[in-house]
Design a protein around this ligand. Structure first.
Ligand SMILES: C[S@@+](CC[C@H](N)C(=O)[O-])C[C@H]1O[C@@H](n2cnc3c(N)ncnc32)[C@H](O)[C@@H]1O
Length: 207
């Protein structure tokens, strides 16, 4: 059964995100994608980085069905594992045993503005356990800089997020950096992306 979902934004941002990943992902190893959504990013990046094992995840069963359906549709089943049921807040994360201590990078696209602030804290806290020193954690999405929106459209988007859920909203870069540092991550890069988004590239430091 074809259970693929189609998230239009993934068509617009996959190329630009892929170019960032070209620079920051390791050549080999396991990448854990948090909040994979439809799975369109997952299969796109699995094809772009054939030497990496791309582990998708999402807590929403309809998303996991979609991700797995995309994996079948793109004939990646032999290469790419099925999606796992992972909510950043539910710890420990249910990574397959064979991947524990082997994750080389974690990527999270468009989650933290559309989730409770606790999710950001859990994301870094749990990533600290899974990533070794110097490994990379990449966030993509809209962010405030110096507590100001970077565009009028982001300000409107933020208001609409907050009206949908009072715990949602575009996060301030400094606040994210602060949580990151608590959990042994240092932001190495801030990359301006199309449509008023950013990629934040963090590196795992030692305590
Ligand atoms: C805006 S969508 C982004 C999906 C995809 N990354 C993309 O950019 O198309 C947000 C995703 O976060 C997932 N999500 C919501 N709460 C989550 C949580 N606590 N932990 C992990 N993922 C979560 C949702 O199920 C949804 O798939």
């Amino acid at each position: 059964m074809d259970e693929r979902l189609f998230f239009p934004a993934t068509l617009r941002n996959r190329r630009a995100i892929g170019e960032v990943l070209d620079k920051f992902l390791p050549q080999h190893g396991i990448v854990l994608e948090i909040a994979s959504g439809s799975g369109e990013h997952g299969v796109t990046f699995q094809k772009r980085f054939p030497n990496i094992l791309w582990q998708t995840s999402d807590p929403d069963p309809s998303c996991r069905k979609s991700i797995n359906s995309w994996i079948m549709h793109e004939a990646l089943a032999e290469k790419m594992p099925l999606s796992i049921d992972l909510s950043v807040e539910k710890t420990p994360w249910p990574l397959p045993n064979k991947y524990i201590s082997k994750v080389s990078a974690i990527i999270c696209i468009n989650l933290i503005h559309i989730a409770h602030w606790n999710c950001t804290k859990f994301l870094f806290k749990e990533s600290e356990k899974h990533l070794k020193r110097s490994s990379t954690l990449i966030l993509y999405g809209p962010f405030k800089i110096n507590n100001s929106h970077t565009s009028e459209s982001n300000a409107i988007f933020d208001m609409s997020l907050r009206s949908r859920n009072k715990h949602w909203g575009i996060r301030d870069l400094d606040a994210v950096d602060e949580v990151a540092e608590i959990h042994s991550f240092k932001r190495r890069n801030l990359i301006k992306m199309p449509a008023n988004n950013f990629c934040l590239v963090f590196s795992r430091t030692s305590k």
